[in-house]
Design a protein around this ligand. Structure first.
Ligand code: HPA
Ligand code: ZN
Length: 326
């Protein structure tokens, strides 16, 4: 359709992308082979068939298992560069990518192997594809705050190349309050702050992310829509929400894309962006997310333009940098 073609060519930023979640099954086999790692699947088809999730934890179990094929700096470089090639094909001009260092350091992969590999892939993407990017270190919320502090310490030599910190993994039972001290430290160090909130967790977790973590950007935020005062506050504070429609569908955060909260979020003046989250696991990259949602809920061209503009406005870039990317 006309709108699909318009979406394809529209310059956009992607602000919610877990680089480990861009590991396509074909790459999983290639990395397993070159590293001599065995994986519990016989074929790419078998891997894809396993990607039927009924909630966040179902997905996380398989996502952390998949990450075990990533061993060398070259693996992280290749993973990142392959993502940027797909992003460039979707007219993504700028991406702010999450990585989960604890998933790797807890398997004995040094922090520097992960960070240097990703940073090399990012530098190559800027030089060869013209896609700029920033790196965001996520703390795993199912682990304790001391482990997050250890990770921040391990990251110290790289902090001039890391724009901020995030909070991901199993949400329910691991409220933002658990990480209040490490987020305060990160803020003191000049890092930007984001957190996954309101994906499965209640509106109270969204409030904690705002009041206790003092986040600059909110990942997901869907369940904010259950709380009128919270909606008004997010609008008044111009908080950017990094919404991920195909992720929400695959993780059963919504049962049908037709019921997705984005139209209501836009009506209420929230600063919505659309993103792919873990594209290799959820069945689509950023344009697939724009297209599937636009078709399901009937977004207009103006809605789509607004969302793309929000993606640059919500980026951790200076005003001059934002203008240059548009
Ligand atoms: N939610 C929480 N943790 C995650 C996600 C997500 O959507 N993707 C990767 N880690
Ligand atoms: Zn996410």
């Amino acid at each position: 359709t006309d709108l699909n073609a318009f979406i394809s060519g529209l310059p956009k930023a992607e602000l919610h992308l877990h680089i480990e979640g861009s590991l396509e099954p074909e790459q999983m086999f290639a990395f397993a082979k070159r590293n001599g790692v065995s994986i519990p699947f016989a074929s790419v088809e078998e891997v894809r068939a396993a990607y039927a999730f009924s909630n966040l934890q179902d997905f996380l179990d398989i996502y952390y298992a998949g990450a075990d094929v990533l061993r060398t700096e070259a693996d992280f470089h290749d993973l990142a560069f392959a993502y940027f090639q797909r992003a460039a094909a979707d007219s993504v001009r700028h991406a702010e990518i999450f990585f989960d260092p604890q998933t790797h350091t807890d398997r004995g992969i040094p922090f520097g192997v992960v960070a240097d590999g990703l940073l090399a892939g990012m530098a190559r993407a800027e030089a060869e594809l013209g896609v700029t990017s920033k790196l965001i270190l996520c703390f795993l919320r199912h682990l304790d705050e001391d482990a997050a502090f250890d990770t921040l310490k391990a990251a110290e030599p790289w902090l001039d190349r890391i724009v901020g910190v995030g909070l991901d993994s199993s949400e329910v039972g691991h409220p933002p309050s658990k990480f209040q001290r490490v987020f305060a430290r990160a803020r003191d160090m000049g890092l930007k702050l984001c957190a996954h909130a309101g994906e499965e967790g209640p509106p109270e977790y969204v409030r904690e992310a705002l009041d206790l973590l003092r986040i600059d950007r909110m990942d997901h935020g869907n369940r904010s829509m259950e709380d009128e005062a919270l909606i008004a506050r997010l609008a008044a504070e111009r908080m950017t929400l990094t919404v991920c429609p195909l992720s929400n569908l695959k993780l059963c955060v919504v049962t049908d894309l037709k019921d997705h909260p984005v139209p209501e979020m836009l009506r209420r003046g929230l600063h919505v962006t659309l993103n792919s989250d873990d594209p290799a696991y959820f069945g689509g990259y950023v344009n697939d997310n724009y297209r599937a949602l636009a078709e399901a809920v009937g977004l207009s061209r103006e809605d789509v333009v607004r969302v793309a503009r929000n993606s640059f406005e919500g980026a951790f870039l200076s005003d001059a940098e934002k203008a240059a990317r548009l």
